[in-house]
Design a protein around this ligand. Sequence first.
Ligand code: ADP
Ligand code: MG
Length: 690
Amino acid sequence: MNLDTPLNALKWLPLQRQRQLERFGLGTVGALLTHFPKRYEDRNQFDRFPSGDTAEPVCVCGIVKKTSVRRIRGSQKMFDVVLEEEAAHALSPPLLCRWFNAHWVEKMIIHGQRLVVYGKPKPSGSGVVIAHPEFEVVEDDAEVSIHLKRIVPIHPATEGLSPRLLRALIWEVLERLCDDEVEPLLPATLDAMPRAWALRQIHFPESWARRDEARRHLVLCEFFAMQVSIAAKRAEQTAQPGAVHATGDALMRRLHAALPFPLTGAQLRSIAEIRADLAAPRPMNRLLHGDVGSGKTLVALSAMLLAVEAGFQAALMAPTQILAEQHYLTLRHLCEPLGLRIALRTAARTEQSGPLPLFESSKEIDDPHILVGTHALLYEGAGFSRLGLAVIDEQHKFGVMQRARLRDQGVAPDVLVMTATPIPRTLTMTLYGDLDVSTLDELPKNRGKIVTAARDAAKLPEAVKFLREHLAAGRQAYIVYPLIDETEKLEAKAAAGESKKWQELLAPMKCELLHGRIAPEEKDAIMERFRRGEAQALIATTVIEVGIDVPNANIMLIENAERFGLAQLHQLRGRIGRGEHKSYCILLRSAKAEGEALEKLRILEETSDGFKIAEADLQMRGPGDILGTAQSGLPPLKLGNPLADHELMRLARNAAFLLFERDPQLAAPENGRYRRVLADGRKLTLSQVS
Ligand code: ADP
Ligand code: MG
């Protein structure tokens, strides 16, 4: 018997059980043994019976003294079990366990049984009650070594497969498992612990220390399998033939020379990294990330110019229409003096800047040099004739699928993925593990300082006074209000209300209103008027999160700030601090805001370092939110947590990449086993992609 053995080959396992396990997704010995415990109970030493509520759940053992069922409110039923502590220290008052409408529990618990109970106690009347505890009837002394007097695993269970049953099954399987048949997965240099030992200890640990060692090994196995498939993909990409998409840099130099500022060191470094990729005859797969305002657009455009000069088309794809339009305007502004044709293709608009004389190659005359659009460009066969570089602006999302799509079209352009916010290193290793990374970790020098202050909404009059002073001195302001309802009617109403309110508060200053329901041409006109200083305040929803760039606007006031996400607030705040004036971001919070919402605002007051904020955001939201999505294309991790275990991820990644560096084909006999890891990992990892 080894890990691949299907459970239906186990003669001792009743057919009905096999079926149940299969339905639960556990079809092989390996699947069963990697069905890891969700928690453990130290049944060497139970907690004492609680005398009030406790911060943590308790795990206690007692004898059932009394059970009773009561009807409450019509057909509702309440089942009470009185549990007494066993003789040795029967000093505590009995504990009441209570279930509502739990028919199956009523049938399981009877007077005189010994019960292990886990849950959070609450004081009730004169005693203590645990509502709907997890519980287990401990009945058979022969099984004591599995279910009692040890650290006992509690596995995720399902109907008909209780934790107790799963525990017994896994015990049985481990009893029969031959350690020699469990191949090591990891290079010995990474971790030499036998995997079978780790599997035994994760389920039935001798001690907490053993459990931790076992977990470390198994997390490394999981991460290593993931990184091996990422490394394999990278090795494959590197081996693929691609075209040379950069030759000269005259266009790019002209662009840079026309800028009123020098590029930052980080921009120059990133451009050099990208240029080397473009010039190499293999496909580029690179991530460009950096803080808000770090100048990603210019880096992307520089790359596009290199491709254009080499005779190729470049495309820029944005996640939303408004962002695509914004990019289009920016690029047109920068590129038309260079004589390039830029086209915008979105669902709503198609626009081409007319053919310009400088780049006349007769047969390409209606062929844009640069195509800007939404991600839909990928699906509509946008009519690329010779796409050399695709820049994918993902904002907060992950374009794993999009990247795949691009390759599916038979073209293998160089790909630059751009994100609106910095990504913590922890995540670039996993989510973007198959990409090279360029980081803009430096803001342009001319950036003014931003002071951020969170204030109670009641302080609005003071904020208004502050605003008025600055507007009177010639500055401009953004006022952001949260979109409360997405429906068109209510949105318009909320916007109109906000607009009226602010117009009155700031009179005689001129306010303009901007929100998502305004037609694109009108939107452009409004932004243009604001840019020219014809309006002093722009009242807006988060549409201003993207692209707007008015250096003279140095104040941002955000109402109900606690409703926005941390990364989003940082992105919004990035609209100010773009000129030489000191900037102010006022976060108004409602009186009801508490807990995490306040913590969020505190972080923003404390730092404007996008990398720190991204990390904090990740900590607060947890990796599940980010990694758990199917669209991330990553395998569901069973044990490891890329955040908490990021050091292990780093180790696993280094080991996997070293392996492929030395033996890209895994041809050496001693590397044969990794081909299996790879095959297994492929099943899970990036399968939607390759
Ligand atoms: P982001 O990285 O947030 O996308 P952008 O590319 O939108 O940043 O750039 C923000 C603003 O900074 C733009 O107005 C851009 O022209 C300007 N900018 C870009 N690079 C520099 C630089 N090196 N020095 C000064 N301003 C710059
Ligand atoms: Mg940008």
